[in-house]
Design a binder for this molecule. Structure first.
Ligand SMILES: Nc1ncnc2c1ncn2[C@@H]1O[C@H](COP(=O)(O)OP(=O)(O)O)[C@@H](O)[C@H]1O
Ligand SMILES: [Mg+2]
Length: 340
């Protein structure tokens, strides 16, 4: 296997919680990301899923260096980018781009589409010198399936799906290697979601891109992901290949998320166990001791309150040929299909 393009190690982001207006006093911390590790390989798509508030967008911002990590490392081709600044940071940034969740608010309404897509060239003129820009923007419009003649239009003249195509074109402008997609289709109508996901897959093949594809449920990422990581309250609950996560989920949280995914086949639907998750995600300012999922887990025992379960190959899979394809952080990890 090739070397990972990104290696995330024990990444932590705590936002200070302050009190007082004039004299801010720190009274605690929001543990938005609390020790996350994973790899991203060239050309693959890693899906990251979890309910709202689990820390997914914060992970995305840390990978983009839009937030400063509290601790931990993000290696891009072996170089820790969390401590870079100046020219070295700028060079790395070119290779890691982001597509945002909401195409309605992420595009400046006063800029033309041409200026929006071409804006990254202001920072990196070496990619497209002034004279080539217009042509380059038109090519990008074409690549994402928009009419190059729309270059002088404004965002409000486009539909939601078209606006997300503009966001993607902008993400592609600097020929990046990695694109972090933070819920890129969540704000779109279900009917357009598939079109945008298909476009992203096509672009991935065409340009050899690596994706981190964030979503709040498992149905959207299934189609596009090679591997999937399931996040819960700042931690990785389970991570594995697509086949492993969907066919052999071992973490109760993954099993619960999967049980909410619609199944078209009525017979399969009959056989399936429905797990209803009760309550909300607890506050990341005051997460439960031990396993963070235990307050909503039907398997929880004493040990779950005392010991933080480590992300590791579940013992049920220890005798497999490729155990590393699947890791889970649960004291009572069981093969979800065997249990059903
Ligand atoms: N700048 C910030 N300051 C304080 N808390 C934040 C900040 N950004 C995010 N959070 C908190 O961190 C937690 C994780 O947020 P986020 O990463 O946006 O989750 P997700 O994308 O999974 O919904 C939430 O509780 C959120 O309120
Ligand atoms: Mg988010």
């Amino acid at each position: 296997m090739s070397e990972p393009i990104l290696q995330v190690r024990n990444l932590v982001k705590h936002f200070p919680l302050t009190q007082g207006i004039l004299f801010k006093k720190q009274i605690g911390a929001v543990k938005a990301v609390d020790g996350i590790s994973f790899d991203l390989y060239p050309g693959e798509t890693l899906g990251i899923v979890g309910e709202s508030g689990c820390g997914k967008s914060t992970v995305a911002k840390l990978l983009m260096n839009l937030e400063q990590a509290t601790s931990g490392e993000v290696f891009y081709k072996g170089q820790d980018i969390t401590r870079l600044s100046g020219r070295a940071l700028k060079a790395v940034r070119r290779n890691i781009q982001m597509v945002f969740q909401d195409p309605y608010t992420s595009l400046n309404p006063r800029m033309t589409v041409g200026d929006i897509i071409g804006e990254p060239f202001d920072i990196h003129p070496e990619v497209a010198p002034k004279g080539d820009r217009r042509k380059r923007v038109q090519d990008l419009l074409d690549v994402v399936g928009l009419n190059p003649e729309y270059i002088n239009r404004y965002p409000h003249q486009f539909s939601g799906g078209q606006r997300q195509r503009i966001g993607i074109a902008r993400g592609l402008a600097l020929n990046p290697e990695v694109i972090i997609c933070d819920e890129p289709v969540s704000a779109l109508d279900v009917s357009v979601q598939a079109q945008v996901v298909n476009l992203m897959e096509k672009l991935q093949d065409e340009f050899g891109l690596s994706y981190i594809f964030i979503a709040h449920d498992l149905s959207i990422v299934r189609h596009i992901s090679d591997r999937v990581g399931v996040m819960y309250l700042g931690k990785m609950a389970e991570i594995g290949t697509d086949a492993e996560i969907y066919e052999h989920p071992t973490h109760p949280y993954t099993q619960a998320l999967l049980s909410a995914v619609p199944v078209p086949d009525p017979e399969a639907r009959e056989k399936r166990e429905r797990i209803i998750l009760t309550g909300d995600v607890p506050s990341p300012a005051n997460p439960p001791s031990g396993c963070r999922f235990r307050t909503r887990c039907w398997k929880a025992q004493d040990i779950c309150a005392k010991e933080v379960p480590l992300l590791a190959v579940p013992s049920v899979f220890a005798d497999r040929d490729t155990p590393a394809a699947h890791e889970s952080a649960c004291h009572f990890a069981e093969d979800g299909t065997a249990a059903a």
